[in-house]
Design a protein around this ligand. Structure first.
Ligand code: DGL
Length: 269
């Protein structure tokens, strides 16, 4: 039995890691479309087609539930996949909603009308495709009013992380935070709206300053998943867990092992 966790590359490992600590008895099947990462510079149609193909492969491998641990795929593909209809017994969930619920201090499943919330000035750091989709702002508008969101499209950070060039990644974090602060000098909160960015969370926090509350998705998504599986215990799938990549398994394994500081072995998808 395995729950599927999908990302274009290594970023979803930040969600997987939190989910494994929160749900130690659940097996996970992690799938990285590394051969086609980054997704964040592609157009919505392309991201939709790639995500749909990868998720179909995960279903073939025995998953019934797939978490898109990728904001870019959640923004460009999730709603369309759900609207077009999923195969019987299969479900796909994204990563925006738990984050927005935390930001707006709502309980899971609270469907009351949007209301005023504590945080008024929010910085959103995400990939170019996520920023241009405006999916985050759309989901936020269902739950909160009067929140000013300034989005910064963070070109280059995902590529640098996938290449293991953390010096470049750090320089890019600083320059994207600078660019954001020129548009919004004093954000109260910052959203790391790409699952790769928690790998640079310390650098984001340092550049933003200690007064800015930084929200990232790992634990929030893991808690939501635990809640979901409690209500749907039959969604744990029939396949075996493991790590799959469309890229070079040895290279992806080395990077994953470096990021999670434990041995991770990928196999060809
Ligand atoms: N980790 C993906 C996300 O959360 C990243 C993207 C990419 O491939 O550009 O958006």
């Amino acid at each position: 039995m395995a729950v599927g966790i999908f990302d274009s590359g290594l970023g979803g490992l930040t969600v997987l890691n939190a989910a494994q600590s929160r749900l130690p008895d659940v097996d996970f099947l992690y799938y990285a479309d590394s051969a086609r990462a980054p997704y964040g510079v592609r157009d919505a149609e392309d991201i939709y087609n790639l995500t749909k193909a990868a998720v179909a492969d995960m279903w073939d491998k025995g998953c019934d539930l797939v978490i898109l641990a990728c904001n870019t795929a959640s923004a460009a593909a999730l709603r369309r996949m759900q609207e077009e209809g999923l195969p019987e017994g299969k479900r796909v969930l994204g990563v925006f909603v738990p984050l927005i619920e935390a930001l707006t201090e709502r309980q899971w499943g609270d469907n009351s009308p949007p209301r005023e919330v504590e945080v008024k000035h929010v910085a959103l750091f995400a990939t170019p495709a996520t920023v241009s989709s405006r999916a985050f702002q759309r989901e936020l508008a269902f739950r909160a009013i009067g929140v000013d969101v300034e989005a910064q499209a963070c070109g280059g950070i995902v590529d640098a992380i996938e290449d293991g060039d953390m010096i470049l990644a750090e320089a890019l974090v600083r320059s994207h935070v600078d660019a954001l602060q020129r548009k919004m000098p004093e954000p109260q909160a910052a959203i790391l709206g790409c699952t790769h960015y928690p790998l640079m969370e310390k650098e984001f926090q340092a550049a933003l300053g200690a007064g800015v509350k930084v929200f990232s998705q790992g634990t929030l998504v893991a808690d939501s998943l635990a809640d979901y599986l409690e209500r749907h215990p039959d969604m744990k799938g029939s396949g075996k867990g493991g790590y799959f990549t469309t890229g070079d398994p040895a290279r992806v394994s080395d990077r994953a092992t470096q990021f999670l500081r434990r041995e991770i072995r990928f196999q060809a998808a």
